[in-house]
Design a protein around this ligand. Structure first.
Ligand code: HAM
Length: 424
């Protein structure tokens, strides 16, 4: 059997799996710092949920959904994104939930796109949402969390781009204006967009092809056509970002690939990634999404950030992708008498918070030290016949061979002290 994973999907093994886990832990920590609660929603939803929210003309719905019929003849789709599912869950339980509902989730998403570096068919997102908040300050906070998360990851070559794409009041007139502009320039568009721009002219602005981009640069800009309340909101978001000290640029051509956005749209673009998949974070406001799926008017804003893409960008910036959790102790048992004391020693070391391994079953001393080495253990905690009789252990610091014999409790305290010193 072919042992490779499905196309566009990856096996994560140490140390990359640990780097991924470290990013997920950092994401959860960042969300907690701002008081966000965690949610888990199903990885599968009725296909209709995404068709209605992402929109019929989005790439996600047109070409990228993993859709299948289950044994009960229900049409289901593996989630291509988390927002629609979280809003569905919020509406289903709104009575019991606080408002605003500030939540985050971390999990796998699936999109059947053409795989390339930074674009996968299975990928993980850190997704954060504020549901039930119309205030520009909510947009500012959401963006600030994303910015902190990416900077803490170690990314330097990134740019936050923000725009406003208006709402149901100002966008229809803009759409008409853009349509007539594109109509006049249709010969310059790519075949795909020439055939489809009438369905949703804003998609052309999102196209990365140079031909479409040239047309887009001359197009009317939505941010110049905002109605009063949208313009006010956008100004407040920009002022708030400046007050928070979050650097940004206004990118008037920025629109998003999903249809549910209103007003604020933003992306964080990494300079080290290739342009077509440079976004390490994307999001915005989606005041109309709850109504699209049958709920009451519920203003909301959020973002999602792709964890794999962050690792790729870090690698491209020449940063070592942190990984390999180091092991504190490897317990080496020499001879039959040492086995029970070694077990006990490992338990005590773990009880004080030291990560500890030992071999399963008896092995030669040499083999056990080799294992300690391979696990990048910092200390070997050795128990031979003498130690077993004396009720002691010999602790050897593997970096320099420095060693000392102790009672196990003292040994644990010594290792903890040395570990603290080493991490300073
Ligand atoms: P999105 O822009 O489609 O937005 O995706 C957000 C992020 O997920 C992207 O910026 C990128 O980092 C990552 N990503 C997307 N597709 C892939 C892929 N094929 N491979 C690797 N990484 C990928 C959303 O998903 C919205 N739900 C964000 C949001 C939340 N808006 C409001 N709330």
């Amino acid at each position: 059997m072919d042992l490779s994973p499905p196309r566009g999907m990856q096996d994560f093994l140490p140390p990359r799996s640990e780097a991924l886990r470290a990013r997920a832990a950092a994401a959860a920590r960042q969300a907690e710092l701002f008081g966000y609660r965690s949610v888990e929603v199903p990885a599968l939803e009725p296909t209709e949920l995404y068709e209605r929210t992402a929109g019929e003309t989005s790439d996600v719905v047109r070409k990228e959904m993993y859709t299948f019929e289950d044994r009960g003849h229900r049409l289901l789709t593996l989630r291509p994104e988390a927002t629609a599912g979280i809003v569905r869950a919020y509406l289903a339980h709104a009575q019991q939930l606080p408002s605003p509902f500030n939540v985050d989730t971390i999990g796998a998403m699936w999109r059947y796109g053409r795989p390339q570096a930074g674009r996968y068919r299975e990928f993980r997102q850190f997704d954060l949402e504020v549901i039930g908040a119309p205030e520009p300050d909510a947009d500012v906070e959401v963006i600030a969390v994303g910015d902190r998360f990416l900077r803490e990851a170690g990314l330097d070559d990134i740019e936050l781009q923000v725009n406003s794409i208006g709402d149901e009041v100002c966008r229809p007139a803009y759409r008409e204006e853009l349509l007539s502009y594109l109509d006049a320039h249709q010969q310059e568009l790519t075949d795909e967009h020439r055939a489809r721009f009438r369905e949703n002219p804003l998609r052309v602005l999102d196209c990365r092809d140079e031909a479409c981009r040239a047309v887009s640069r001359g197009a009317p800009k939505i941010s110049d056509r905002l109605c009063g309340p949208c313009a006010e909101h956008f100004a407040a978001v920009q002022d708030g970002l400046a007050a928070e000290g979050v650097p940004f640029v206004h990118e008037p051509l920025l629109v998003r690939g999903l249809d549910y956005y209103t007003r604020t749209a933003f992306e964080v673009v990494a300079g080290s990634l290739s342009e077509a998949q440079a976004a390490v974070c994307g999001g915005g406001r989606y005041d109309g999404l709850a109504e699209i799926i049958g709920g009451p008017h519920t203003p909301a804003v959020g973002f999602a950030s792709g964890l794999e893409r962050i690792l790729v960008a870090l690698g491209n910036e020449g940063k070592e992708v942190e990984g390999a959790a180091r092991l504190d102790c490897f317990v080496v048992a020499i001879g039959g008498e040492a086995i029970e004391p070694a077990r006990k020693a490992a338990r005590i070391l773990r009880d004080v918070g030291l990560s500890t391994m030992s071999s399963f079953g008896p092995r030669s001393t040499k083999a056990q030290f080799r294992m300690a080495d391979r696990q990048r253990a910092q200390f070997a905690v050795v128990i031979g016949r003498e130690e077993a009789v004396a009720g002691t252990v010999t602790v050897r610091r593997l970096s320099d061979g420095h060693q000392q014999e102790f009672g196990i409790d003292e040994a644990a305290a010594w290792i903890l002290t040395l570990r603290e010193e080493g991490s300073e």
